[in-house]
Every structure is written in C-alpha cells, then in structure tokens.
Design a protein around this ligand. Sequence first.
Ligand code: PEP
Ligand code: MN
Length: 343
Amino acid sequence: MIVNMARSATAEQIQHVIDRIKECGFQAHVIQGEERTIIGAVGNSNRRGEIEALRAAPGVADVIQIAHPFKLVSSQLRKTRTVVDVSGVQIGSGEVVVMAGPCSVESEDQLMETARAVKAAGANMLRGGAYKPRTSPYDFQGLGVEALRFLQKARNETGLPIVTEVMSEGDVEIVTEYADMLQVGARNMQNFSLLRKLATAPRPVLLKRGPSATVKEWMLAAEYLLAGGNPNVVLCERGIKTFETATRNTLDLAAVALAKELSHLPVVADPSHGTGLRSLIVPMSKAAVAAGADGLIIEVHPCPERALSDGPQSLDLAGFSALMKEFRRAQEVEAYESAGVLV
Ligand code: PEP
Ligand code: MN
C-alpha cells in the first residue's frame, strides 16, 4: 500500500504515519519527492485495514493499493526514475551506458588490451567474468581472484568501473572488494540466499533475467534486493529460452520496454547473450536503445576465435569501435535535432 502525504503535511504528520505503519507490522519505506512525501507500507501483515484507515489521518492525501506483488520495484511507488551511480557512471540518467569487455578474463594481456581498446572506443564500464557459470563442468571456469586482480589493474589504468559476476554467497565479500558493480548471472536470478546477501552488499547490482523467468519473477528477484536494503539495482534483459534455435536465446525487447513501464529501475540489454551471434549485436543494440534501454552490456575480445568462452557472440576490437562510432553519430544527430539545427 502507498500512503501519499499531502503537500502541506508536516514532519510530525509524516512521522505519525511511519509509526502507525510499523505498529501494524509493515516496513515503512519513505520516498521524499520534490513536492510531496510518499510512504510505502510493505510486508506481510493482516492489519491492512488499519493502513487503509490512515486516509483519515491528518496530512494524508490518499492511500492506494499497489497492483503488483513487487512493491518497492514498482513504478507505482516511485514516480521518478532511479539513477544508479556506479563509481561515477550514472545508469538511467538518459545517456546510454555501454559496458564492454570479455566474457571471461583469460589473462592479464587479454584483459588489458581489451580494456584499453573499449575505453578508447568510448565504453563507460568494463565487464569481465572472474567466476564463470558454465553449462559443462569441463569448460573453463574462470581465473577467480587472479582475474579480480587483473580487473583492478585495468580499472586503475583506464578509470573504467568494473562489473563482474558473483556466483555464490561465499564470493560476495571478495568480489565486493574488487568490483564496482556485482553481476547476478541469469542462472542465479532466483538464488534467493545470494540475493539476500547482495541486498546488504555496499555495491550496486546488475540483475540478469533468468533464461526461463517471467517478467514478474524478474521483478520479484529485484524486490528481494530492494526489500533487503539495496536500492541500487539495474535490470538486465539477456535473452530467454524459446523454441527458436537459430539464435542462442531470444532477446526479449518487449520485456525491456515493459520493465521500464512496470519499474522505476534502470534497464540494460545484453545483445551478446541475447542472440549468441556477433552479426546481430549492432542491430540489436540499436533496437534495444530504441525500446528504451538505459545501457548495453557487450562482449568484446581481441581475438574472438581464441576466446575461452562465448567467442561467437563477441565483437573484436575493431567491431566494437565501429559500433561505438555509429552510436556517437546517432547521438550527435539526435542532439542537433533537438536543438532545432536539423529539420
Ligand atoms: C556473462 O555475462 O558472461 C554471463 C554468463 O551471462 P548470463 O548470466 O546472462 O548467461
Ligand atoms: Mn558470456
């Protein structure tokens, strides 16, 4: 339930509503808007009637029911869009944020070469897996802490914030030490004990949609993070399993647009995992941005044919640079258009 306070509500009246919400066994989430305060009552209690009755309390404008089971994630609760700050990079601010780098960190040289190239091409963040969720136990599993050290070196040299996957609860502390943003992999989207742990981590989280997860399940996974105390969550559509076999996954761009409608959180798209095909990365990146994506996460490798994971869906350095040039050109045209220079 949402308690909308009147514009004229006093600090005492707001505090009274917060106290009543807590008394009734709910958590009170206070959102201080520019004009008015909104208080979300979330949790599990059979005293909803008493929250509804707060309509009669002084300073309360309205009490409304949140239509979805995901309360804190819902755009009904927060009208202004959340901007997530990742060590100075703002995701959701209107500028498309590009995270680029190898699927797996394979060596210091491979990572440093990629980091320098994606930085020069205009990427905003560096991605790279240290702990890899692989379908087969015989495939390359990642370099672990050694990879985290290479990522740190790459950040120190290029200034690009790092996003990397944390696969298990036991790794949260060490990954937090090195990374600017913690990625929850698609296969872990419903690992609820990991989500609970990440809810208390002092880092923003990139929450990938599970390959078979509905949009509602994805939003509820994000709700675990927000309800547990971490408001800095970015949703990532990375393709879902369908009957189609021509692409590795089906990049669900309707889900990008829908997630932006349902939620105030930023949404990014992953055209690499979403298609599995290098040739589709450029068109699907453009399509994702057209659908409202706040950013892209793209796999880039200096020599994709030698990649230890996901080579076929990785751009090479020149390919990534070409993609970024196209983007910059499109953004410039847009800027000229909105300034009325082009008609
Ligand atoms: C990755 O980013 O390399 C990765 C394993 O992604 P996903 O969890 O979406 O498969
Ligand atoms: Mn990958």
